[in-house]
Every structure is written in C-alpha cells, then in structure tokens.
Design a protein around this ligand. Structure first.
Ligand SMILES: NC(=O)c1ccc[n+]([C@@H]2O[C@H](COP(=O)([O-])OP(=O)(O)OC[C@H]3O[C@@H](n4cnc5c(N)ncnc54)[C@H](O)[C@@H]3O)[C@@H](O)[C@H]2O)c1
Length: 316
C-alpha cells in the first residue's frame, strides 16, 4: 500500500496506532477517533507534526463524512472493543459497532470508495463445535453482543460489496497482543500486579484457552492479505497454537520479576471470565498460510513479547 489516502478509524487505539505507524511513511493517513480508550492520544501524539498525518478528534456516530475528501481506502478499527461489558449494555455495541460501520459504508457508496479492511473477530463463531475453526464453520451463534455486532458488520460489508463493487477484506482476529495495548488480559494482569504485587485476581478458572497473535503480525498480515485478495473475502488471523489464561499469568509474573504470587480465581460461570466470554478459541489458519503468510511469533511467543512491551509502556 503506497501513495494512498487512507482513513483509519479508531487509529488512536491499540491496533489502529500500530497500523498508522506501519503505513505513515508512504501514505497520507487520516485518523478519526474520539479517544474513548483509556489512553487518549498517547500513541498518536508523535505523528502530529508529520506532514502525512491528519487527526480528527470526533465521535464517528455523529461525524459528518462529507467534510473528508480524497479517501482511497478505509481501514476500520473503531469499535467498542471491550467484550466484557456487553451484557450490561448491549446497545453500546450496536451503536458503536453496527451503526458506525453502516455510516461508513454509506459514505463509501456516495463517494465511490472501493476498498475497506475490517477488523472482525473470532467471537462471530460463538462456541464453535469444530476446533481449529475454519472460516466456513456455521451456523454462527455469537454469545456476546460484541460478537453479534461483528457478525452484522460482516454481512453489511458483503452486501455493500455485492451492490456497489466494494472490495472488503474481513479479518477475524484471534486475540491480538503487544505494543500500545489498551485492554485485554495481559494489560489487566500487569495493572493489577502493579497495584498489588502479592496476589492476582484471575477472572474465570484460568483454563480459558485462546490463540494469541502479536500486533506486528496482525497489521503486517492485514496489508499482505488485502493485496492478495482480488475481491471481498473473509479470513481468520491467528496462530497455530493456543495459550491458557493461567500460563499468561505465569508469563506476567515472570516478566515483572515477581515470585510466590497467590492466584485468586473468580471461577465465574462454567469457568468463564465473564458472561459472553468464549472459553476456548482456536482459529484454523490454513487459508492464511495458503496465501503465503507466515507469522513471526507463535501464540506463546506473542504473549511473552507482549508482556515485556506492556510492562515497559505501563512503567512510563
Ligand atoms: N484487540 C483484540 O484482541 C481484538 C480482537 C478481535 C477484534 N478486534 C477489533 O479490532 C479493532 C481494534 O481493536 P483495539 O484492540 O485496537 O481496540 P481499542 O479500543 O484500543 O481501539 C478502538 C479505538 O476506537 C475508538 N472508538 C470507539 N468508538 C468510537 C466512536 N464511536 N467514534 C470514534 N472513535 C471510536 C476508541 O477511542 C479507540 O481508540 C476493534 O474493532 C476490535 O473490535 C480486536
């Protein structure tokens, strides 16, 4: 991707800010973000003086897209990304995820913008009966309003693609970890241990097991795959292996040079972290590999590297 005018929604957040960093030297980047993400503009401040960077601090729900000009490609990351709170406020997922995506697609239709990369999620599968779960697994039965919102987004993208000739690259992410993280299990554990270095509350029973992908592999593979796709398509992004929550706690404790930490498991419903938490996620990545992608890090390595990066960032 070179010499393009790229709109990155949610570009001040975790994955979005890594994408800005990857693309900014050879493209014009516009970020729209309302900084509703625990970290404000911490990760994008360094781009303010870059001639290729334009930041719009706005809620996408009320943004007038007519103010934008010359957009070639949209990379759509903005969302209510914290799956945990869905059962308390499902409407938040509907508004921030479904309605915003629909507005973006309407904007694309009116301005004849032909390419969108979309951050979907493994949560669309719900509690999949097949592991590793391939892209054509069905029926989708998400168990969170977040997963339901991503499923709706995917459907609108494929419909707009059929109606208006848009190319949509839909990426179903496993759990993404690494530099600039704003939430998630590693971020939570480090924050908790910084406040209390004797014990650690672990949501669920610790056996929850998911595939983790480092954010550098995530953004690099998104661009790589988008360039391979000839038309709208869906792909899982993850790793060939999984890591349990308990193992993540061990990596964090080791990374922080702590010892003899007492783990307090909340147990939860069926050992889940919260209502709507899928206990095991393991995406099949045959399609990703077949297209020629090879990740730098395995699931365990992604966690280990992310622990180091997150500790460093939270210390400063
Ligand atoms: N991190 C993961 O493991 C993971 C896994 C699967 C899918 N995803 C998806 O990837 C995308 C990026 O996730 P992330 O982890 O970087 O999350 P993040 O919360 O760090 O980033 C999302 C950004 O969107 C912004 N935003 C949210 N609602 C907005 C609105 N209405 N208007 C303007 N800005 C708004 C937030 O301020 C934030 O900066 C999300 O769509 C998320 O659902 C992430």
């Amino acid at each position: 991707m070179e010499n393009k005018n790229i709109l990155i929604t949610g570009g001040a957040g975790f994955i979005g800010s890594n994408m800005v960093e990857k693309l900014i030297d050879s493209n014009n980047i516009t970020v729209i973000d309302n900084l509703n993400n625990h970290v404000g503009d911490r990760f994008i401040k360094k781009f303010y003086n870059n001639k290729n960077f334009n930041f719009i601090n706005s809620d996408l729900l009320s943004y007038d897209f007519n103010k934008l000009n010359d957009v070639d490609i949209i990379i759509h990351f903005s969302a209510n990304s914290d799956v945990r709170y869905g059962s308390g406020d499902p409407e938040k997922d509907f508004k921030n995820n479904v309605m915003v995506t629909q507005d973006i697609l309407e904007y694309m239709r009116k301005k004849d913008i032909k390419e969108i990369l979309f951050a979907s999620s493994s949560t669309v599968y719900g509690e999949a009966g097949i592991m590793p779960t391939p892209e054509d697994y069905g029926p989708y039965m998400p168990i969170s309003s977040y997963g339901a919102s991503k499923m709706a987004n995917e459907g609108f993208i494929t419909a707009y693609s059929h109606y208006y000739g848009i190319k949509g690259s839909i990426f179903r992410f496993a759990n993404i970890v690494g530099k600039n993280s704003t939430h998630g299990v590693i971020y939570d554990f480090i924050n908790k241990l910084m406040k209390n270095s004797e014990e650690l509350e672990i949501l669920g029973d610790g056996t929850q097991e998911k595939s983790y992908m480092h954010v550098s592999d995530c953004v690099n593979s998104m661009i790589f795959i988008h360039e391979k796709f000839k038309k709208t398509d869906i792909i899982n992004l993850g790793n060939d292996n999984t890591t349990s929550v308990r193992k993540i706690a061990d990596y964090v404790v080791k990374g922080m040079n702590l010892k003899d930490i007492k783990y307090n498991f909340t147990g939860g419903i069926d050992g889940r972290g919260w209502k709507g938490d899928v206990k095991k996620t393991y995406l099949a990545i045959n399609k990703l590999k077949k297209l020629g992608w090879k990740s730098k890090y395995t699931s365990d390595q992604s966690v280990e590297v992310a622990v180091k990066e997150t500790i460093e960032q939270l210390k400063n």
